[in-house]
Design a protein around this ligand. Sequence first.
Ligand SMILES: *Cc1c(COP(=O)(O)O)cnc(C)c1O
Length: 373
Amino acid sequence: MSPTRRPEPRPEIMGVAPYLGGESHVPGVSRIIKLSSNEGAFGPPPAARAAIAESAHDMSRYPDGSARALRDAIGAHFGLDPARIVCGNGSDEVINLLIQAYGGPGTELLMSAHGFSIYEIFGTLAGGKVRKLPEQELVADIDAFLGAVTERTRLVFIANPNNPTGSLLPLAELRRLREGLPPEVLLVLDGAYAEYVDRPDYDGGVSLVDAGENTVMTRTFSKIWGLGGVRLGWCYGPPAIVDVLNRLRPPFNISKAAAAAGIAALSEPRWAEHSRAHNHAARARVTEALRAMGIRVWPSEGNFVLADFDTEERARAADAWLRRHGIIVRAVGSYGLPHCLRITIGTDEECTILIDTLREFAESNAPWDTARG
Ligand SMILES: *Cc1c(COP(=O)(O)O)cnc(C)c1O
């Protein structure tokens, strides 16, 4: 037997770097403020914690494979038809299922240059071609998307608000995109941060889903609902696409604990309103404070800001300084933004510590201040 013979995976798999999540530890530092994964500032709603504990009593039985009670709760909360909702083990799973169903070899997936990295990872793993399109000032450029469509284009992904830039496209621009795309191209609007947006014309993508048969909206319990560890996401889509996803998804992809947590989270009075109001105020405070230090902060509609330190060297120095003080933020070099750090909006106390620590950094780096004039 030749020693080199062994099972080999499909070639595209080894070409993909494994997804890197936000870090949570710094060696030698005991008190950590984790602002690296956009997890909601307040953790899980108390009702969700209780529901997870309660669900432990019933773990010998398989969950309901259709997640009926959870879909009913989501439908009631967001005013959507439960029959048109598909739940997933995180919205990442839903995104993967959509790509498995409509992408693959011979097809193209379009995303913007600094779009969410999971689209590229899953698109490549599925054997399709992923094309990243130029942006205008870190905002997805609809004309670039429309100009890039070929007969092989099957999928277009836009996170709105986008991670890691925080940018938001107005509904009119999304409508223009949808109208300009061929009807057989599936447009996926990723609303992972939808609950944080308070703009009158924003609906997370519902009106575009309802307007046709080729747009899907994905959502998650990992951000404002504080349940990233539970793994729970969902999508709202046209009946034909929902049917496809229900054939493709693993039969018991939503655990009993996850379903119970999701239902309970939605029942927590004013959770999203309270979290959104906090985020709005705290994000403005962080943004203004950083700008006063001479750090550029890109406008954000999410629960994070993208802080721009001009150079990679400066961003690395700021990252190292924050770590030394127990604050973990997200380096975004893998997104082609090595001069930036993505900072999650935490509690008021965490924001204060972040601001004070960054101010010390800025003040101890006087040459940089002068260089910026
Ligand atoms: C966090 C995030 C997700 C993934 O959420 P899960 O539901 O935890 O898988 C999807 N899209 C964007 C843009 C995100 O930032």
